[in-house]
Write a protein of this length. Structure first.
Length: 241
């Protein structure tokens, strides 16, 4: 069924008196993609990953098994297969390492925020190289909160609109001055890149992607399983046509 969704696009209006940024409401058509195959969803883990940005989208994507067939296959991947400790102290044994010979192909690459996403993780050549390599062939790359810094370092935000954790917007702009950075939105979808504010809003980009892939009824069902009232039209977001 054809879904008509309203999204908020930012347009820059330039006049002889100067420039101003205004909000312009645009209506566009969204047809569920219905991929027709199981989609492999990889969550990239490093020590210090935040629980909320990891668990929220993982819940949504994994629960597709109850709402559609074929669904999503969710797994974790880390620099090696030793235990990852989240910022809040959960201990997770990754399913795969970056170098695992049996690592499945990745359709959706998810980069949750971590304690050092804005600094030393950006100097981790193995992490950035893996994200760049697997993200290039993935159908979608998604960041939660400051995971956007990692995706930007890997080059995925170049020429695209993106966002990050609200209080880190300025730092993001300063670190990547050539990027088109948006604020005041839950998430931004531009091409294969989906970036988001994170925190409690980490459910939003995951539910949006499921609505895009499988349709509104599936997204509503997924949200209902977590007692979330889902209505995409009520979420502040930007989709670049």
């Amino acid at each position: 069924m054809l879904k008509i969704i309203k999204v908020l696009l930012l347009s820059i209006l330039v006049s002889s008196c100067g420039s101003s940024e205004t909000d312009q409401e645009v209506i566009y058509d969204v047809v569920p993609q219905l991929p027709g195959k199981e989609l492999n969803v990889a969550f990239v883990l490093v020590d210090g990953v935040y629980n909320s940005e990891l668990v929220a989208p993982m819940d949504i994507f994994h629960h597709t098994i109850f709402h559609t067939d074929p669904a999503m296959k969710v797994f974790t991947v880390a620099p090696d297969t030793s235990v990852i400790t989240t910022f809040e102290g959960l201990r997770i044994l990754p399913d795969y390492s970056f170098s695992s010979s049996d690592l499945p192909s990745i359709d959706i690459l998810v980069v949750p925020s971590a304690e050092h996403s804005m600094n030393k993780d950006l100097e981790n050549e193995a992490l950035i190289g893996f994200v760049r390599d697997k993200g290039t062939t993935a159908r979608y790359v998604i960041s939660l909160c400051d995971g956007a810094f990692v995706l930007a370092k890997a080059g995925f935000a170049d020429g695209r609109k993106s966002t990050t954790f609200p209080s880190d917007i300025q730092a993001y702009k300063e670190m990547y001055p050539d990027l088109d950075v948006l604020s005041g939105v839950s998430f931004v979808h531009d091409g294969k890149l989906i970036t988001s504010a994170g925190g409690a809003k980490s459910y939003d980009p995951a539910l949006y992607l499921c609505e895009l892939l499988y349709g509104r009824e599936v997204a509503i069902g997924l949200a209902g399983g977590l007692v979330i009232d889902w209505d995409l039209a009520g979420i502040d977001h930007v989709v670049v046509p």
